[in-house]
Ligand binder design. Structure first.
Ligand code: ZN
Length: 439
């Protein structure tokens, strides 16, 4: 179970999505457990089980759902709706049923999308016991009056809620939380893309020679999983200094960062800066109490500096929560771009620092230190010099590299590289950071 940096991260992330796509997940049950096993093949996950009935703040860990088969068959025995053909066909978390009934009686348990008649919708019924089927509107329209055999071979019984964690220790106990929800069945973008990007990010961070922060990766069912984790870890939640919820990262849209509830945290600044300075710019949107598990992490009792990175937000693409959110809806190139952006945000959080210019009286001569371009006019070396001038000008022992990058409208990566070169040439020294002044 070795963690390695992938040479082709897009293909590897896509392969994880392909592997996880056929599994029927829910908020509890064997599908989530199998998902944890597959993730464990890539990163060493600690799987935590919390028994059904456990009180977690205002919630109770629900029963465990298992499903083996489900179908609606016509009088000839033909399966008109078949869970084996697509796991979205069953209302997720359906109670068992075995009955014969008329189409009229069955209809109140059938869910379709008349406006998207070829797609199967994704529907759940977690906290009100129900049973049902989801199907394309075209199939519903083709169903004749008459009796149907209705079978959902599922069980809802005491078991456990499963989540997985992977902690990468750093130089400090200050944590960066990376969270992805694991409860959706065959839906690729929402949220196998988030899981795949989190796995790839964990592998890349594991290879780093040093990490300032401790990284905590959490793979948990939406809402109840995050709430269960918070309830079990309340005493150490204050270690979380930054966090990102990863979801919907494989579609063709631009990146979107949703701010934390506080809106002005370092996480928010780092993410907004990255989104605003990348070649392909994205959007920054304010917090709202809807969406994914940022709702729990940002609830006022925790109020963590956790934002969300996605591409097109949930509900803003027609494939959302339908059978069209499939393997062809996500692409390796977009996953790679998402991974790069998330890693850039992490780099800001990991590598922001305050420096002092050691030659502050007039500009130092860069040329005699080998920092000035030998041949004038090369665009990237012009950029590099501009970044060095900004760092020298801004480094007064109070102003951080991120402050400078924001003022200069240069990427943090360029400012950081300039600071490294200047520190190497002994023109700059870190202040208030880990490095103590000599003596
Ligand atoms: Zn969803």
């Amino acid at each position: 179970m070795k963690t390695t940096v992938d040479s082709d991260p897009g293909a590897n992330m896509f392969a994880i999505i392909e592997r996880l796509y056929p599994i029927c997940r829910s908020i509890t049950g064997p599908g989530v457990r199998e998902t944890m096993e597959i993730i464990s093949g890539h990163i060493p996950l600690s799987v935590v089980e919390t028994p059904s009935g456990t009180e977690v703040f205002d919630w109770t860990v629900p029963k465990e759902w298992s499903i083996r088969d489900a179908y609606v068959a016509d009088a000839s025995g033909r399966r008109v709706i078949d869970f084996r053909a697509h796991n979205l066909h069953v209302l997720n978390y359906s109670a068992p049923i075995r009955a014969r009934m008329t189409l009229a009686a069955l209809r109140t348990h059938l869910f379709t999308l008349p406006a998207q008649p070829d797609l199967i919708p994704y529907r759940t019924s977690y906290y009100a016991e129900n049973w049902g089927f989801c199907l394309s509107h075209r199939v519903l329209e083709s169903m004749q009056e008459g009796d149907y055999e209705v079978v959902i071979d599922s069980t809802l019984e005491d078991g456990a809620l499963t989540y997985g964690e992977y902690v990468l220790p750093g130089e400090t106990d200050d944590e960066i939380l990376i969270s992805a929800h694991t409860c959706h069945p065959s839906l690729a973008n929402d949220n196998l893309s988030g899981i795949a990007v989190a796995v790839a990010l964990a592998q890349r961070l594991a290879e780093r020679p040093a990490r300032k922060h401790t990284f905590r990766f959490l793979f948990a069912p939406g809402t109840i999983g995050a709430i269960t984790w918070l309830a079990r870890n309340e005493a150490r939640v204050n270690r979380i200094k930054h966090g990102l919820v990863l979801t919907g990262l494989g579609d063709s849209g631009d990146l979107v960062y949703k701010k934390s509830r506080r809106g002005d945290t370092m996480t928010d600044r780092a993410a907004a800066h990255v989104i605003g300075t990348r070649a392909r710019k994205g959007r920054v949107i304010p917090f709202n109490p809807y969406g994914y598990d940022e709702r729990q992490y940002c609830s006022p009792g925790f109020d963590l500096a956790v934002g969300r990175i996605s591409r097109t937000p949930h509900g803003e693409f027609p494939e959302y929560h339908t059978s069209a959110d499939n393997l062809s809806f996500v692409s390796p190139a977009q996953l790679t771009d998402s991974l790069a952006a998330v890693e850039e945000v992490i780099d800001v959080l990991e590598r922001n620092a305050v420096y002092e210019n050691l030659n502050p009286k007039g500009e130092p001569r860069l040329g005699k230190r080998g920092l000035y371009r030998a041949i004038a006019g090369q665009t990237d070396s012009q950029h590099r010099e501009m970044a060095m001038l900004w760092v020298l000008s801004g480094s007064d022992g109070q102003t951080s590299l991120l402050d400078i990058a924001e003022t200069a409208h240069l990427s943090f990566a360029e400012i950081r590289a300039a600071a490294d070169a200047l520190a190497q040439a002994q023109l700059l020294e870190e202040r208030g950071g880990r490095r103590r002044p000599p003596g």
